[in-house]
Design a protein around this ligand. Structure first.
Ligand code: PLP
Length: 316
């Protein structure tokens, strides 16, 4: 009998050579299309692996309520897996969430906990994390997937690098990737370390995020950056990091759309912006990978809405 479900189609995403961007930058740029996962982001990998491992270790059962703080993508991944496994799911989100993401979460049956107070850094992450703790202490048989420090999060992303290497036939010279929990970059770095690959990893972060800097700034684009230091240690093994402003992020999104017809989310635009800044320092012809972390359709009312950009970003 044919046995299948949508979770079996997470991962093994395409690797695309970006001809026009490559020509412009005189390097070989490849995009790992994580936006082509069923939930349209790289967080499908984290949510599937964390929940399946938790089930295997009997940390959760069919009566468990799963709770997670998310800027959107992780919540979508978890909502789908929870729905398939028959688990209750509470997504703790904040007002920067895209309206489409909110609607999708509701359609998957997630319960939404919306925080409203910023955490003193112009962002909501610490408020969300406090709300998770409050919910955990008040709901019996509740469990947080805790994407911020759960080792099954980076573990899931080791496959991203394995797949890139298999498709290219060798390890790339450079890999650019956007960071928030730093789970995906940690997994990629772990995979590189195990095989002693030559790939140099450049983490791309938002200006105003506290991952690499201590200068906070209000940010409106979800998915990238954090208003706290990450639990996953990445500084030792990174080649470099690149900060990008929200204006540059949006310009990067439009650049990718114009040159490659790829409508991507903010963190991907930030990687394009980081690539443009760093390309003159890279060897001509170098193989450079970037991660298309999510799809742009969820940003039609924000990044791709000129009125929103004028109101929120240009006025900063
Ligand atoms: C669109 C997007 N890009 C990048 C990231 C960063 O991933 P990580 O949390 O693994 O650092 C996220 C995380 O939610 C995301 O949603």
């Amino acid at each position: 009998m044919f046995m299948d479900n949508i979770l079996n189609h997470i991962g093994k995403t395409p690797l695309v050579h970006l001809d026009n961007l490559s020509q412009e930058l005189k390097i070989n740029v490849y995009a790992k299309m994580e936006s082509m996962n069923p939930g349209k982001s790289l967080k499908d990998r984290s949510s599937k692996n964390i929940l399946l491992q938790a089930l295997k270790r009997k940390l959760i059962n069919t009566k468990t309520t799963v709770i997670e703080s998310s800027s959107g993508n992780m919540a979508i991944g978890l909502a789908r897996v929870c729905s398939l496994l028959g688990l209750k799911f509470i997504a703790v989100v904040d007002p920067n969430i895209n309206s489409q993401t909110l609607k999708i979460l509701q359609l998957y049956g997630a319960h939404i906990e919306m925080v409203s107070v910023t955490d003193g850094t112009g962002s909501y992450l610490n408020t969300r994390l406090k709300r998770v703790q409050t919910l955990l202490s008040s709901i019996p048989n509740s469990y947080t997937t805790n994407q911020y420090s759960n080792p099954d999060n980076p573990q899931a992303h080791r496959h991203i690098f394995k797949e890139i290497k298999a498709d290219l036939g060798h390890s790339p010279d450079y890999l650019f990737t956007a960071v928030s929990t730093c789970g995906s970059v940690r997994g990629i770095l772990d995979e590189i370390a195990v095989n002693q690959d030559k790939t140099k990893v450049i983490a791309v972060d938002a200006e105003g995020s506290l991952i690499f800097s201590d200068q906070v700034k209000t940010r409106y684009i979800p998915g990238m950056g954090a208003s706290r230091k990450p639990d996953f240690d990445i500084t030792q093994s990174l080649y470099a990091h690149q900060l990008v402003s929200e204006q540059e992020t949006i310009a990067g999104c439009y650049q990718l759309l114009k040159l490659e017809c790829i409508l991507a989310g903010g963190s991907t635009g930030a990687q394009v912006a980081a690539l443009m800044k760093r390309a003159p320092t890279l060897e001509p012809g170098a193989d450079v990978c970037m991660i298309v972390a999510d799809d742009g359709e969820r940003y039609l009312d924000t990044i791709y809405d000129t009125e929103w950009v004028k109101r929120k970003i240009d006025k900063k």
